[in-house]
Design a protein around this ligand. Structure first.
Ligand SMILES: Nc1nc2c(ncn2[C@@H]2O[C@H](COP(=O)(O)OP(=O)(O)OP(=O)(O)O)[C@@H](O)[C@H]2O)c(=O)[nH]1
Length: 304
């Protein structure tokens, strides 16, 4: 299978074909997609930015993992963020489709994993319908910024250089947590309420081993025990925690996760904005069947 890329030099655009030997990009193993782009960069020189447009039916999770994980391999390609476009006219119907055998429509996953969501075609719907689809998006994903547009007119500054996987401000995380709590105290508007966002406060500071035990339990172990329909699935995870270290002050550490992969990155304390209050450790989770009390129980049993 091949995939075309639009490549531009000095204002001129032309198509470049990438050969993907192992099927399409979203089903192929990591190396094919990344290597194809790296080869292209060797031929054409480094790009300022790569915008990868998936088909409307793609699940962004595996594609995100391909480019996100490759950072470890010293690649020049890294994942900046996921931008999702939702059609205001048909979005509500797509977002409310019942999951089949536990699998959600890719539209729900695209909203859940979006770091910036463009709610487009506002001119084709009434204000109440626009409000309804907006609320549905928010009830799934409370972390992403949502911009309502016509013809997807949006400032490029908003969708480029998102740094959604390598920068997280404690003030933004706190704001997300507060919004999450507020929103979760009202009934969410989408019909299937099993997909949503929750936030958890973790003890501060905490040690790395306890944190990793907790993350591995919620991402890998505990969900395998429960029945398919009820088990939780974490699709996206973000967090900022204060980790203890021997003989030195605790280190602010960022947690990022997609599906069952996560990464901890120690931040330079000087880069962490000094909030009015001391940094508290919290994580935000997006996925299905996320129950705060279930996670709190796991937290209590894991973090002593
Ligand atoms: N009225 C109105 N029409 C729009 C808007 N945005 C796009 N369109 C039109 O809708 C039609 C279909 O475009 P899209 O919905 O963007 O579809 P697409 O992105 O080409 O399709 P896929 O990439 O295959 O999903 C085109 O004729 C666009 O001009 C909008 O905000 N308002």
């Amino acid at each position: 299978m091949e995939k075309s890329l639009a490549v531009g030099t000095q204002g001129e655009l032309f198509e470049e074909w990438l050969e993907l030997r192992n099927g399409c990009l979203c089903c192929s193993v990591k190396d094919n997609g990344v290597k194809a782009i790296e080869n292209l960069m060797k031929k054409k020189g480094k790009f300022d930015y790569i915008l990868l447009e998936t088909t409307g039916l793609a699940d962004p999770g595996p594609v995100a993992s391909i480019f996100w994980m490759d950072k470890e391999l010293g690649s020049d390609v890294f994942l900046d963020g996921i931008v999702t476009v939702i059609d205001a006219k048909h979005g509500t119907q797509k977002l409310n489709e019942k999951p089949e055998e536990g699998y959600f429509s890719s539209t729900v996953r695209q909203v859940a994993l979006g770091d910036f969501i463009i709610l487009n075609k506002k001119d084709l719907v009434t204000p109440p319908d626009l409000e309804s689809v907006y609320k549905t998006i928010r009830s799934i994903n409370q972390c992403a910024e949502v911009e309502v547009t016509e013809y997807c007119r949006v400032s490029l500054d908003k969708i480029l250089d998102l740094k959604a996987y390598d920068g997280l401000q404690s003030s933004r995380l706190k704001q997300i947590s507060e919004e999450t709590e507020k929103l979760n105290s009202f009934a969410s508007s989408h019909l299937d309420q099993s997909v949503g966002t929750i936030s958890l406060q973790l003890p501060t500071p905490l040690d790395k081993k306890s944190l990793e035990d907790f993350l591995q339990k919620i991402l890998w172990e505990d969900r395998e025990d429960s029945a398919m329909d009820n088990r939780h699935e974490i699709w996206r995870l973000k967090g900022l925690v204060l980790l203890t270290q021997e003989g030195a002050p605790p280190v602010p550490t960022m947690i990022q996760g997609v599906n069952d992969t996560y990464e901890l990155t120690a931040l330079n304390p000087n880069e962490v904005p000094q909030d009015a209050e001391p940094l508290s450790s919290r994580i935000v989770l997006i996925g299905r069947n996320l129950k705060e009390n279930e996670f709190t129980k796991i937290l209590t049993s894991t973090i002593k």
